[in-house]
Design a protein around this ligand. Structure first.
Ligand code: NAD
Length: 455
């Protein structure tokens, strides 16, 4: 792979103006849609090979969401591309003004392994819709999906402007040495810092879609069964907790714990049976490194006696059962780093209102969830919690709304994506002011005599 040559070629294509036309953008979005439509089985097989992702989960969370994003871009593209007329002022009278969205140029998308199909193509949809040439670098940790993406995009897309570069750190490093017009990175904050530093050399703007510890606050006046089902769906039902907006830990009061735990145990058994390690409805841990990482969190001396449900591991098959821990110390490993797996600690506080302070004392998460019927608490939560996104009385569903920006704040990232937000992330909003030769005000020009000073 010659990163420099690829960028040069794509820059050449971009320079012809080809990618800017509405027709080209539509043709490429349609081609992407066809990939998902014609190769569903190949894609779900790849996702199974990489993560043993259940077929229905793979379809709903990756293929279907990608198709929806494609359809939305095709439907809205004309509107998104249209210059927006804005008001003018007396200073420029007579004039007209507009904001013209223009593509940035040649952009780089670096993607992560946990939703390797969706997280690769969702930003590519935004980049194409906005009229850019794009290089996609899928994650090497999901090699089957990376290879399917390389093959299918090579077959279906205009390769003079859209390229897939497979590889790991050396390939990504070589790509990051090039000058890009935008870098869209999804992954952890440590690598996010590497991306940001590389981008700084060329003054390249970046979107960083990172993660964090997304809390779930559980109040007492709620329908426990529904709340628990929704927590399970967002945790273990999302790639067995290997999702950036999965609940990372629960905060509740001591009095709530017995009811909450009972409901969780009951529903977990209904969903995944008595031996969840054998369930076909749970993804496995992606690889041995991540299995070891999660095992380390569980084997930490500070939490070994805190497991109140689950805890089974099968190293050969990289499976960990849904595991709940109660009252883990704040300085335990599991409370210090993003879990990104099937472990769910419960923290107890004296009053549910104290959870706001608990969350605010930590880095800003990508998501924060609250289950309550108390409108006052809900309002306090919305006004006082800073997170990428908030969701009341459910988990993870915010990701499904293209009308909401998806992105982090602080340690959970910068910039946003989905729908028009993706289009905007890959566009420059160009200010255009148009004047005629009428309305030339002499006071604007020297000499600045007293009579001219104020008009
Ligand atoms: P990963 O290991 O797949 O890494 C992401 C990308 O970074 C890969 O393409 C990889 O090749 C590249 N990379 C890794 N090391 C690098 C280096 N030293 N230099 C240059 N490039 C390098 O994914 P990950 O980081 O394990 O992903 C999990 C993290 O991503 C979690 O923190 C999760 O919360 C976050 N995430 C965020 C979102 C979001 O949309 N905000 C989505 C998914 C995951």
């Amino acid at each position: 792979m010659d990163a420099e040559a690829i960028v040069k070629e794509l820059r050449g294509t971009y320079g012809t103006g080809k990618t800017k036309s509405y027709e080209w953008r539509v043709s490429q979005l349609k081609a992407l849609f066809k990939i998902a439509e014609n190769h569903e089985k190949e894609i779900t097989d790849a996702l199974y090979s990489d993560l043993s992702k259940p077929e229905l989960e793979a379809f709903i969370h990756e293929i279907s969401m990608m198709k929806t994003a494609c359809k939305l871009a095709l439907k809205e593209l004309k509107r998104w591309m249209k210059p927006e007329k804005v008001k003018t002022s007396l200073t420029s009278f007579p004039s007209s003004a507009e904001i013209v969205p223009e593509p940035l140029g040649v952009v780089l998308v670096i993607s992560a392994w946990n939703y390797p199909f969706l997280l690769s193509l969702d930003p590519v949809i935004g980049a194409i819709a906005a009229g850019n040439a794009v290089v996609l670098k899928p994650s090497e940790i999901a090699p089957a999906t990376s290879s399917v993406l390389a093959k299918l995009l090579g077959q279906y897309m205009d390769v003079s402007a859209i390229r897939v570069v497979e590889g790991a750190v050396p390939e990504t490093t070589a790509l990051l040495e090039q000058k890009w017009d935008k870098i869209f990175y999804t992954g952890n904050g440590k690598v996010g810092r590497i991306v940001l530093a590389a981008a700084a050399k060329h003054l390249t703007p970046v979107v960083l879609e990172l993660g964090g510890k997304s809390p779930v606050v559980v109040d007492s006046n709620i329908d426990y069964k529904i709340a628990v089902r929704r927590i399970i769906a967002g945790k273990w039902g999302c790639n067995n907790g290997q999702a950036c907006i999965s609940p990372d830990y629960i905060i509740t009061t001591k009095e709530n714990v017995p009811k909450l735990l009972d409901a969780m145990k009951q529903e977990l058994e209904k969903f995944y049976g008595k031996d969840p390690l054998k369930s076909g409805d749970l993804s496995r841990i992606v690889n041995a490194n991540h299995f070891q990482r999660l095992s380390k969190l569980l084997d930490d001396n500070k939490v070994v006696d805190k497991v109140v449900h689950g805890g089974q591991r099968d190293e050969n098959n990289l499976k960990i059962s849904p595991t709940i821990l109660l009252d883990v110390p704040e300085d335990s490993l599991i409370m210090k780093e993003e879990i990104f797996g099937p472990l769910l600690p419960i923290i107890t506080v004296n009053k549910v209102e104290d959870s706001i302070q608990f969350i605010n004392a930590r880095e800003k998460p990508l998501a924060a969830y609250l289950f309550t019927s108390n409108k006052k608490l809900e309002e306090e939560f919305v006004m006082n919690i800073s997170a990428g996104g908030l969701l009341i009385n459910d988990t993870t569903l915010q990701v499904a709304l293209s009308t909401l920006p998806f992105g982090g704040v602080g340690e959970s990232g910068m910039g946003s994506c989905h729908g028009k937000f993706s289009f905007d992330s890959f566009s420059h909003k160009k200010a255009v002011l148009r004047r005629s030769f009428a309305g030339d005000v002499p006071a604007r020009y020297p000499p600045y005599t007293t009579g001219k000073a104020r008009f």
